[in-house]
Design a protein around this ligand. Structure first.
Ligand SMILES: Nc1ncnc2c1ncn2[C@@H]1O[C@H](COP(=O)(O)OP(=O)(O)OP(=O)(O)O)[C@@H](O)[C@H]1O
Length: 297
């Protein structure tokens, strides 16, 4: 098996008497976008800070096969991160911050210019960061996380403060980097933000990993419904119930589709009984609810 880009084993952390993390273990495979999802206070930021040696915690962290500890963390040289409030200097321009932070290789200025363009920061990049909006600062933090082209990128709630257009642009940039092999660990308390991005999901609740799953699996678990308007809804509901379908409402008729149920079969039964169908809608269940169900299991 390929060496994991990030391997976390039995990560445990207490703040005074409060235990924030309980033996947290998970892997991020190279080139994957991994979502860390959990409610406020679940422990996402604490996990990320421990990986980045920003706080001391018990457990084992391996980055690209190299052990990383609080004191010995050379492996972090190949990791980019945005954690909580981006730590940036208010009196420097955005471009000068990047110049300070970018590793001094021959392509340094080119890398800076590319990330400015990719995040559409050109209109304000030469202004002092002091006057930046929340969204501009957030982009600044993301630019710093990406400017050195690290192989592993850790982003804590990266969509915070971004408008829908900037959110879409960031999503596309992350996908572009992934296509060239970059691994991402991205936290959010909003599942729909991760839905279009993450392929693997780690669900955290009260400092514990409650599920490690894939977005595909989670989507498959999500409930699907068929809503039908007919010329005789009550009768249609009765016919479907008698034929073993899960009828959840009568007017209009609402049927929960199981993996073996097909829309065609539902329609066929009704037409066989002489019911005339006026409208058919396919509805998905509440996706956020699927994650809450995982936490409750
Ligand atoms: N420095 C600290 N001192 C004391 N308690 C802390 C500290 N940092 C975090 N905690 C506690 O640890 C728990 C996990 O916090 P953490 O910030 O990791 O959650 P989170 O999942 O990132 O939440 P959010 O989505 O709100 O950012 C919380 O109960 C929090 O109050």
């Amino acid at each position: 098996m390929e060496t994991a880009a990030l391997s976390v084993r039995r990560l445990t952390k207490s703040f005074g008497r409060k235990q924030a993390l309980h033996h947290v273990s998970f892997d991020c495979q190279p080139g994957h976008i991994v979502g860390l999802i959990g409610a406020n206070g679940a422990g996402k930021t604490t996990i990320m800070k421990a990986i980045l040696s920003l706080i001391k915690a018990k457990g084992d962290i391996t980055i690209n096969g190299q052990v990383s500890t609080f004191r010995h963390h050379a492996a972090l040289a190949d990791v980019g991160a945005l954690i909580e409030y981006p730590g940036i200097y208010p009196y420097l321009s955005g471009r000068n911050q990047m110049k300070l932070f970018a590793t001094p290789t021959a392509d340094k200025n080119q890398r800076i210019q590319t990330i400015i363009q990719e995040l559409h920061m050109a209109p304000y990049i030469d202004r002092r960061v002091k006057g930046y909006s929340l969204g501009m600062r957030q982009k600044m933090g993301i630019a710093l996380a990406l400017v050195n082209n690290p192989s592993l990128v850790i982003l804590d709630e990266p969509m915070n403060g971004l408008d829908p257009q900037a959110t879409k642009e960031l999503r596309e940039l992350i996908q572009k980097k992934q296509a060239s092999g970059t691994t991402f660990l991205i936290s959010s308390h909003i599942l729909s933000e991760l839905q279009k991005l993450a392929e693997d999901l780690i669900v955290i609740d009260h400092g514990r990993v409650v599920q490690q799953t894939t977005m595909r699996e989670l989507l498959a678990r999500n409930q699907h419904f068929l809503s039908l308007t007919t010329d005789q809804d009550l009768r249609a509901a009765g016919i479907l119930a008698e034929n073993g379908y899960l009828v959840t409402a009568h007017a209009p008729v609402r049927v929960q589709l199981r993996s073996t149920d097909t829309v065609a079969a539902v329609l066929k039964i009704l037409t066989t009984y002489g019911v005339s169908i006026e409208d058919v809608q396919h509805e998905d269940g509440d996706f956020e609810q699927s994650v809450l169900d995982l936490i409750r299991e």
